[in-house]
Design a protein around this ligand. Structure first.
Ligand code: NAD
Length: 330
């Protein structure tokens, strides 16, 4: 099949070419996919897209008109796709449901440990000959209560790692899983989790129910000075409310790998430009905020799995008209 790959970086090309082994014709495009860039797909029968591509009704209608029948997402989340419009246009959506929960879970722990022990600040200080410990005080993770919101594949790996640190683990998920309780975590209500946790980490998908799950009201019920960590999707937290919480001290520290308006910023080098997003710029000013640019998934193992599963979706669609991992509307 001829496949137009959008939002391509050097590492996408490297891992996808290795997985493809010349089976399909992969045309790589650096721009992200939107209605404006959809014409680049030309006569491709499939499109390969990523988390910040905008697959809205206009984009999908354009792709369908030119003969695209499959969108192979090289990510798990599909909140950026208008599924109704895809179905109306006869386009199938495929995704990579799991590629390495360890990658995201381990990055989550890296954020927690860095934010707590301030290794990012210590690194710069020591290089400048400043060995003062002022401002670097952390706390023992051992014995702290950590609330995990969303106990799917990633949430469960996070819980397993936290057990090793000797944390008390609370969990919230509308679909409790006995395996999670076997790990030593206790399912509680959202209110109890927010009220008791020293650290709250988000691992749920972005859905209408989880949009702004952490908002002003939620923050007002949290343990004062809570550490909040989000590696799920930006809009699961209300950035305005979180900034207000940081200013008042209600939130003691914040780590984000995802951001509500990240599609304008992430995965590109903007170091020579002015950041026009005032909310993001405000976040950068807090000493107790740690931001990474959606890199939690970014390990060799995850990229290998993403590429192989994406190619398996394309192979299966080419042979049977159905990808291995279709996204359905229910
Ligand atoms: P998963 O589907 O295995 O687990 C998601 C869990 O969230 C499920 O147990 C589900 O029941 C639960 N959930 C659904 N609605 C909820 C709600 N209202 N409140 C609490 N829990 C709810 O998914 P996963 O593989 O563990 O991934 C979780 C999320 O992590 C993804 O949806 C994606 O947004 C994000 N993610 C981020 C990165 C990154 O690089 N930062 C990479 C992969 C995935």
């Amino acid at each position: 099949m001829r496949v137009a790959v959008f939002s391509t970086t050097s590492y996408d090309r490297r891992f996808l070419d290795a997985a493809n082994a010349h089976r399909h014709e992969l045309d790589y495009y650096e721009p992200s996919l939107s209605a404006a860039t959809a014409p680049l797909a030309g006569e491709a029968q499939a499109v390969c897209a990523f988390v910040n591509d905008t697959l809205d009704a206009r984009c999908l209608a354009h792709l369908a008109k030119n003969g695209v029948r499959l969108i192979a997402l090289r990510c798990a989340g599909f909140n950026n796709v208008d599924l109704k419009a895809a179905s109306a246009n006869g386009i199938m959506i495929a995704r990579v449901p799991a590629y390495s929960p360890h990658a995201v879970a381990e990055h989550t722990l890296a954020l927690i440990l860095t934010l707590n022990r301030k290794t990012h600040r210590a690194y710069n200080r020591v290089r400048e000959g400043n060995f003062s410990l002022e401002g670097l005080l952390g706390f023992d993770l051992h014995g702290k209560t950590v609330g995990v919101i969303g106990t799917g594949k990633i949430g469960q790996v996070v819980l397993r790692i936290l057990q090793g640190f000797g944390c008390h683990c609370l969990a919230f998920d509308p679909y409790p899983n006995p395996d999670v309780e076997a790990l030593g975590a206790r399912y509680v209500s959202k209110a109890e989790l927010l009220g008791q946790s020293h650290i709250i980490t988000l691992h749920c998908p972005l859905t209408p129910e989880t949009h702004h799950f952490i908002d002003k009201a939620a923050i007002s019920t949290c343990r004062p000075g809570v550490m909040l960590v989000n590696t799920s999707r930006g809009s699961v937290i209300d950035t305005h409310a979180v900034i207000a919480g940081l200013k008042s001290g209600a939130i003691g520290s914040l780590a984000l790998d995802v951001y509500e308006e990240e599609s304008e910023l992430f995965f590109r080098d903007h170091s020579a430009e002015i950041i026009r997003d005032d909310l993001f710029a405000r976040l950068l000013t807090f000493p107790n905020v740690l931001l990474t640019g959606h890199q939690a998934f970014f390990t060799q193992e995850a990229l290998t799995n993403i590429s192989e599963i994406t190619l398996a979706n394309i192979d299966s669609f080419a042979q049977t008209g159905r990808p291995v991992h279709p996204v359905t509307m229910d």
